[in-house]
Each structure stands twice: as C-alpha cells, then as structure tokens.
Design a protein around this ligand. Structure first.
Ligand SMILES: C[S@@+](CC[C@H](N)C(=O)[O-])C[C@H]1O[C@@H](n2cnc3c(N)ncnc32)[C@H](O)[C@@H]1O
Length: 217
C-alpha cells in the first residue's frame, strides 16, 4: 500500500465509522423502494447460479448482502469500516461479514462466482480503479460475474459534516462507458449496462449506473 492509498483508505474508514448508524437508518429500505435495482440483483443472481459463491465488497450495513442471500447465493460481506460491520453483524446475524479492503482481498484466485460492489468504489481514486478491477477479476473464476453500482457523472461531490459528524469525504461519479472500458481492460466482457434516472423522491441527484460484466474465460 502506498502512502496515498493509505490516506484514502483511512479517510474512507474514518468517515463510515462516524456515520454508520445514520447511514444504516437512511438506507435500510433502499431495496424495498427500488424495484428496478431488485430486478438487476435478481438477474445477477440468476447469472451467478444457485449457491454461487459471492463477495459483497464494501457491504456497509449488509442490506444487499442479505438480499443476495435471500436469492439463494452463498454470499459474504466485506468492508473497511468496523462501524459498518458491527451493524451488518447485528442486523444479519446469520451471515458472514469480514473486515478488509477490496483492493487486497485475502482470497485465492478464481475462488468466487460473483463479486458485487454496490456504491463502494465511489471513493477510490480514479488512478487506482484499474488495480481494484484487476483484483475483482483475480478472485473470480472464468465466467464469473461482477455487478457494479455507482452514480453517473463527471464531478465529484464532497459530503461535509453529514448528520453533524466532524468528517468529510469525496464521492466520485463516473461515466458508465468509461467504467466499461476499464473493466474490459481488466479482463471482463460487459453483459449489461443500465442507467436509471435519479430517484429524486429518495434523495438521488444523478442518474445511477448498474453494470454487469463477465470474467473472460
Ligand atoms: C456508499 S457505502 C455503500 C454500502 C453498501 N454497499 C450499501 O449500498 O449500502 C460505501 C461502503 O464501501 C466501503 N468501502 C469503501 N472503500 C472500500 C474498500 N477499499 N474496501 C472495502 N470497503 C470499502 C465503505 O466503508 C462503505 O461501507
């Protein structure tokens, strides 16, 4: 890990440790109110196949992890933030949640049929994304599937003192076609690229990208 990596990772962990309970309360029903996101997750689960081994990387409070488990996947969550993990373990006691960074996974190569990154690469510096995608590709078996969700756009947004906590973090936005090109360079074939409109009733301010890609054979 370089010093710059360490700074970015430490800032992300500090931010999510501080906001964990408020974040979990805000996003507890995120899938209940978003049928189209559920549809994409259902399609991903079918592509992975029943009992497929899946890592939900940057799982936060574990809402998506639990949803994927309910769809029949053998899924575990991983996150940098112990605050987030404590909530995930408390709210989903039957599931496994581990501490770690998605950039350096303690998993053998080719050991998963699925990887999910649901709004968890949005704090990764752009020049580090190729290495993160390469790590996703390394742990997937050939033919395994990746699901990425992120906000579309060009300009990052800075969240300062959310819910009054003394922390600040940049949220990056990306163009889906740029992400697709980086995924192809990392050894993936794009399967599905969905951009849905911002759900302004739920506080979204930009279109949302949901990409599924397959690890090349
Ligand atoms: C916006 S939240 C999304 C959480 C969850 N996926 C959800 O949709 O509710 C981003 C999460 O990614 C985690 N995260 C960010 N960078 C990470 C990294 N390099 N490794 C592991 N987790 C990371 C954060 O700690 C945080 O819990």
């Amino acid at each position: 890990m370089t010093a710059a990596d360490a700074d970015h990772v430490a800032a992300t962990r500090t931010f999510y440790d501080a906001v964990a309970e408020d974040y979990a309360a805000l996003f507890r029903d995120q899938l209940t109110v978003r049928p189209l996101d559920r549809a994409l997750l259902a399609g991903f689960a079918e592509l992975v196949g029943e009992d497929g081994r899946v890592a939900d990387l940057g799982c936060g409070p574990g809402v998506v992890t639990a949803h994927l488990a309910s769809l029949g996947l053998s899924v575990f969550g991983l996150d940098l933030s112990e605050g987030m993990l404590a909530i995930a373990r408390r709210e989903h006691p039957g599931l496994r949640f581990e501490h770690g960074s998605m950039r350096w996974l303690d998993l053998p190569g080719g050991s998963l049929e699925g990887v999910v990154s649901w709004y968890s690469t949005i704090h990764t510096p752009l020049d580090e994304l190729p290495a993160v995608y390469a790590e996703f590709r390394r742990v997937l078996a050939p033919g395994g599937h990746l699901l990425l969700a992120f906000q579309c756009g060009d300009e990052p947004r800075r969240h300062e003192h959310p819910w009054g906590h003394p922390v600040t973090l940049d949220f990056r936005r990306m163009r889906p076609e740029r992400v697709a090109a980086l995924l192809e360079a990392a050894g993936f074939t794009l399967v599905q690229q969905t951009v849905r409109a911002a759900d302004t009733d739920q506080g979204e301010s930009t279109p949302q990208a949901l990409l599924i890609a397959r690890a090349t054979e």
